[in-house]
Ligand binder design. Sequence first.
Ligand SMILES: NC(=O)C1=CN([C@@H]2O[C@H](COP(=O)(O)OP(=O)(O)OC[C@H]3O[C@@H](n4cnc5c(N)ncnc54)[C@H](OP(=O)(O)O)[C@@H]3O)[C@@H](O)[C@H]2O)C=CC1
Ligand SMILES: O=C(O)[C@@H]1CCC=N1
Length: 285
Amino acid sequence: SLEPHRNKSDFPKWESHTPGTLTPVNTPDVTVPTRFIACVSKEQSGKKLTATFANLGRQVEIVVSNNLWAVQQADVILLCCKPQLAHTILEEPGMKEALDSKLLISILAGVTLSQLNEWILPSTTVIRAMPNTPCKIREGMTVVSPIPESAEAERDTARILKIFSSIGRCRFLEEKHFDACTALSGSGPAFACIFLEAMADGGVMMGLPRAEALELAAQTLQGAARMVLQVGAHPAQIKDAVTTPGGCTIAGLLALEDGRVRSTIARGIQIATERASELGQPGKK
Ligand SMILES: NC(=O)C1=CN([C@@H]2O[C@H](COP(=O)(O)OP(=O)(O)OC[C@H]3O[C@@H](n4cnc5c(N)ncnc54)[C@H](OP(=O)(O)O)[C@@H]3O)[C@@H](O)[C@H]2O)C=CC1
Ligand SMILES: O=C(O)[C@@H]1CCC=N1
């Protein structure tokens, strides 16, 4: 059994919106997008995306080098370019007007709301979102900045939840936390995969075939993570429940601690946060 490490009242309350949170309704829902347009700058990228969406059986219009036209067609615009390109794209002649009274969602690391607001009209609602790559399999984690108060706030909230809770968990957090979120959940899949690969390498070192070692490592990390998210167990409880006195788990844990595994991982998040804060900032590469 999992012995309690903390008071019940201390347990984290998962307030994220998850797939399935939003129940389908019979009446047509204006917050559900019905038309999708994807913009790229290179012909080659356009061809690649056309093939990708055709394989997925998805109806997406691909537009090459014509962002203005695409924005004119849209109610909700997702800005997904490299951080240093935002300024150029948003300041294209006619873009401000095309964005007038619309919802602009930026997933750009580092680029602040105050920067974005300088490049658009006050009538455009702009929010930040920080998704991660597991969104591709609807297991993403997206953090969204608070919706500014306005007459359209309720509709915008519904639209945002429709988009991001359909591809994983989605929660609102103040913008001041965005660089840390960028590091923790945005870059996190890369950090988790380093750990996953290292676990598999250990198995291979001890004679396990590579494919099986990877499967064991991936399912074990997924299982442990789900115990935290679904059961509400504290990570320390999960650790202690596996750790037989004098057994092999404690032997492995001590070897990991000798390698300063915790501070190394936590410092990785710290450094990535610091780097995220530089992205898209003037004078920084
Ligand atoms: N990678 C991740 O896990 C995450 C990334 N982000 C953020 O997402 C953004 C994109 O990152 P990433 O996906 O890695 O970058 P990519 O370079 O893979 O994607 C950028 C996309 O923008 C398109 N693009 C570039 N210039 C223009 C332009 N002038 N007009 C229209 N489209 C253009 C590119 O098309 P083309 O090839 O034709 O130029 C490409 O499809 C960054 O701001 C990053 O901070 C946020 C969360 C997670
Ligand atoms: O590495 C990056 O800059 C982006 C932001 C979050 C994940 N990847």
